[in-house]
Design a protein around this ligand. Structure first.
Ligand SMILES: Nc1nc2c(c(=O)[nH]1)N[C@H]1C(S)=C(S)[C@@H](COP(=O)(O)OP(=O)(O)OC[C@H]3O[C@@H](n4cnc5c(=O)[nH]c(N)nc54)[C@H](O)[C@@H]3O)O[C@H]1N2
Ligand SMILES: Nc1nc2c(c(=O)[nH]1)N[C@H]1C(S)=C(S)[C@@H](COP(=O)(O)OP(=O)(O)OC[C@H]3O[C@@H](n4cnc5c(=O)[nH]c(N)nc54)[C@H](O)[C@@H]3O)O[C@H]1N2
Ligand code: SF4
Ligand SMILES: [Mo]
Length: 720
């Protein structure tokens, strides 16, 4: 065990970890004269063992960015017109306005949107939503319906447990099918496996890694690519399962351990295989080869991420994927699909997430998934009068103007709010409409533990760290800001509300104290594990066990009889909807889908010189589609959907399947970040629809991959 500096800001080397993506790589940060000068990979970290990507050092440029907001800002005119103010002035005014609005219009006139980075900050969602509930609001928004809502709903339907998502047991599996994920770039999603590349290489040698994707991605190039038409994974998964039945490859004992196999099988019998292969664009012979290879492997697993999560039948795609894993005997076994045990939950505890449809949304009457309102409704919730109309909005760690559909409508809605408060270290596009921007620290300025993710690691670990430096400028932690506003409104601090009276003499920050309380009631209690012990004795990370035990998987199933359920009324209705869906193929239309880039992080790391240098947002288009439209490489084109249109530069590439085009999200900046604004490109979400009728009805998931568009040569020079 190495002993490094642990006092924030002290010169020397500090243990820390990166809080940008699920890999959460262990790092060593060097501090000199109170400033972080360098971050290096921690080769002694028990799991990441020296892994790191360009973004962790890039975060240093974010931390010391001259465009960073370091003092509270108050709106003094139109959007984007701000002047510095004191914390007292900001907090007092916000508390007063919040009280007036919620007392006059009811609790649900207030809501918070808590964005992606909060997933890596200890207890952030818990205390953030507790804050709004103290004012009587039950309305919660986050990035779920542009990300993982379909997966969360599938977990609720199949496992009766929306709180935990299954993940592939990478160290042991012999055959992996990745549907719509690009781990070489994203570093794996919903699974924490910083050494995933070595693990994927090993799987490929043992059996195979198949990348099902409409683009031959960086991951597909390294392994085996199975091209697919955008928004058609449910058809491929249906065809695979049907083929497994017909070839008698299903494990009869495994089907006894689930509920509903005969009904699902009955539906599969009725599916027209020709239709299925046409829709996904994959021949029956190729599907048969995949089915045979999957079932011949000692252990095999299907894993689906974003590309299979933002389509028309994404919940069903996830259910079918679970059904394949379950009915081939690959759930809850080493090398299969696992549900893990969190060290912050008592062993085998039932789900805590709200069940599907327990409440419905105000605008579209959609059933809520895990108690989260469909964020595609945010703009209409603000713009539509009536009981519960959203009037006071907190955006914390988010940028819905760029990350959510229909930018125009979102801007108009935000501009009409009675109160918008943004907690961020940048004046991003959303924050331009804020009445107050409240500056917060970056993760290098914060103590944390990897609480939310510890259950989703095949090689489970805990890492508790102190802040490397104190918060810069006047920035304050989110929990402090919420606590101070609540106090001024005569309410308890949300962290206190969660934990009762916190020990005022405790040296650990309240979010860590809440995590500590959970940890000391979890399965590691018998080892005497606590945050204090982790900080003192395991500052570079603590490996909980060699491997996540497969035994936990079944124990977390929370259905009435403890069996996973692959058929019920909701699933049956989705199967029927799929069978009856019409092919809306219009030969002049192309299907638009997205891509991520290694040195880009959603909408917000584009102001870093180091990261943005190589970014080039272009529209990838197949040469055949371009030829049909007299479009050449580098040309400016207009891309039009039913929602909007944008002008972009085309890059001809046979990496994308014919009939599709591909553009990265998070560009088209116009916020308080100069380099990002100069980067060019467009916000592709101008083309995505925020109309409820276009969402997946059962999950509220927004159609982001497979948007029908027309592409034509443009006379207007593109923004990139
Ligand atoms: N460098 C970097 N890393 C990141 C992020 C980032 O912005 N940059 N974001 C982080 C976040 S918030 C998340 S949620 C994760 C996401 O992690 P991933 O899901 O691995 O991320 P993507 O690269 O978006 O991969 C989605 C893939 O789906 C494909 N696809 C699109 N449509 C379809 C379809 O209809 N069917 C199939 N089968 N495939 C399709 C796309 O071509 C793409 O390759 O990444 C995280 N990591
Ligand atoms: N078309 C299309 N749209 C997409 C996607 C896509 O693939 N295609 N991906 C979707 C996905 S998966 C996601 S997760 C969403 C993300 O969407 P959002 O969560 O809405 O936003 P981000 O772009 O992640 O921006 C995060 C903001 O939080 C700030 N921030 C960073 N760290 C902290 C912190 O510690 N504290 C505070 N207070 N603020 C912080 C950043 O400065 C930035 O302004 O985008 C989604 N939108
Ligand atoms: S892979 Fe990169 S972004 Fe993800 S945790 Fe590691 S260093 Fe951070
Ligand atoms: Mo995400």
């Amino acid at each position: 065990m190495s002993t490094l500096e642990s006092t924030p800001g002290a010169d020397g080397e500090h243990h820390t970890y990166c809080r940008l993506c699920e890999a959460q790589c262990g790092l060593i940060a060097s501090v000199s004269d109170g400033k972080i000068t360098k971050v290096s990979p921690n080769r002694d970290h028990p799991v990441s063992r020296g892994h790191l990507c360009v973004k962790a050092p890039g975060m240093l440029e974010v931390t010391y960015d001259p465009d960073r907001v370091l003092t509270p800002l108050k709106r003094i005119g139109g959007p984007g017109e701000f002047a510095p103010c004191t914390w007292d002035e900001a907090l007092e005014d916000i508390a007063h306005r919040l009280t007036t609005i919620t007392e006059t219009h009811g609790g649900d006139s207030l809501a918070a949107y808590i964005g992606n980075p909060a997933a890596f900050a200890t207890m952030h969602y818990a205390y953030g939503y507790t804050f709004t509930s103290l004012f009587g609001s039950q309305k919660r928004y986050n990035a779920m319906q542009v990300d993982t809502g379909a997966r969360v709903l599938a977990s609720d339907l199949v496992f009766g447990n929306a709180a935990l998502t299954p993940f592939p047991d990478l160290p042991d599996t012999d055959f992996l099918m990745i549907f719509g994920g690009n781990p070489v770039i994203s570093k794996m999603s919903l699974i924490c496996a910083p050494r995933h590349l070595q693990q994927l290489d090993a799987i490929s040698k043992r059996g195979g890694v198949i990348v099902v994707d409409p683009r031959c991605t960086e991951t597909a190039e390294r392994f085996e690519h199975q091209p697919i038409n955008p928004d058609s994974d449910a058809w491929l998964l249906t065809a695979m399962l049907k083929t497994m039945v017909e070839l008698d490859l299903i494990d009869a004992e495994a089907t006894d351990r689930v509920n509903g196999w005969p009904s699902l099988r009955g539906w599969l019998d009725s599916v027209d295989m020709t239709l299925a292969t046409e829709r996904c664009g994959i021949e029956a012979a190729a599907i048969e080869r995949l089915a045979r290879r999957f079932c011949a492997a000692d252990s095999a697993v299907c894993y689906a991420r974003l590309g299979a999560n933002r389509g028309t039948f994404s919940t069903l795609a996830n259910v079918l994927m679970d059904a394949i894993n379950l009915c081939t005997g690959n759930f809850g076994k080493a090398g299969g699909s696992l549900i893990g045990q969190s060290p912050f939950q008592p062993e085998n505890s039932p789900s805590v997430a709200e069940r599907h449809g327990a409440r419905r949304s105000r605008i579209g009457d959609l059933p809520l998934v895990s108690g989260i309102n469909p964020a595609g409704e945010i703009a209409d919730d603000i713009l539509t009068p009536g009981q519960g109309q959203l009037r006071a909005f907190f955006v914390d760690c988010g940028n819905p103007v760029l990350s959510h559909p229909d930018e125009e409508k979102m801007r108009a809605a935000l501009n009409s709010l009675e109160l918008l408060v943004c907690l961020d270290f940048y004046a991003n596009e959303t924050a331009q409409y804020a009445h107050y921007i409240l500056p917060t620290p970056t993760f290098y300025e914060r103590s944390d533990i990897n609480d939310l993710w510890a259950a989703n690691a095949p090689e489970p670990w805990l890492h508790a760290v102190e802040a490397v430096i104190e918060p810069r400028g006047a920035s304050r932690h989110e929990w402090q800001i919420y606590g101070d506003i609540a106090k001024r409104a005569g309410k308890p601090a949300p962290t206190n509300a969660l934990l009762g009276d916190l020990d005022p003499t405790s040296e650990i920050a309240p979010p860590l104290a809440i995590a500590d309380s959970a940890l000391t009631q979890g399965p590691l209690a018998e080892k005497g594990m606590s945050i204090g012990k982790l900080l003192m004795e395991h500052p570079g990370g603590y490996r909980i066990s060699e491997r996540m035990s497969p035994q936990h998987s079944m124990a977390h199933v929370n259905t009435d009889d403890g069996k996973p359920q692959i058929w019920n009324d909701t699933i049956a209705a989705e199967c029927k909807r799929l069978s009856h869906s019409k092919s809306e193929h219009n030969p002049s239309e192309l299907k638009l889908f997205g891509r991520r880039q290694l040195s880009s992080m959603n909408s917000w790391m584009h102001n870093s010189p180091r990261l943005s240098r190589s970014l080039k947002p272009t529209l990838l288009m197949h040469p055949v589609d371009a030829g049909n439209r007299q479009i050449s490489d580098g040309q400016s084109v207009s891309v039009r959907s039913k929602t909007g249109d944008v002008d972009v530069t085309v890059e001809l590439s046979s990496s994308v399947v014919e009939g599709s085009v591909c553009y990265p999200h998070g560009f088209g900046h116009s916020g308080g970040w100069q380099r990002a604004n100069a980067l060019g490109g467009v916000n592709i979400n101008r083309l995505a629809s925020a109309e409820v009728g276009d969402f997946e009805p059962i999950s509220g998931q927004i159609l982001l991959d497979g948007i029908p568009v027309e592409v034509r040569p443009s006379s207007i020079p593109a923004a990139s």
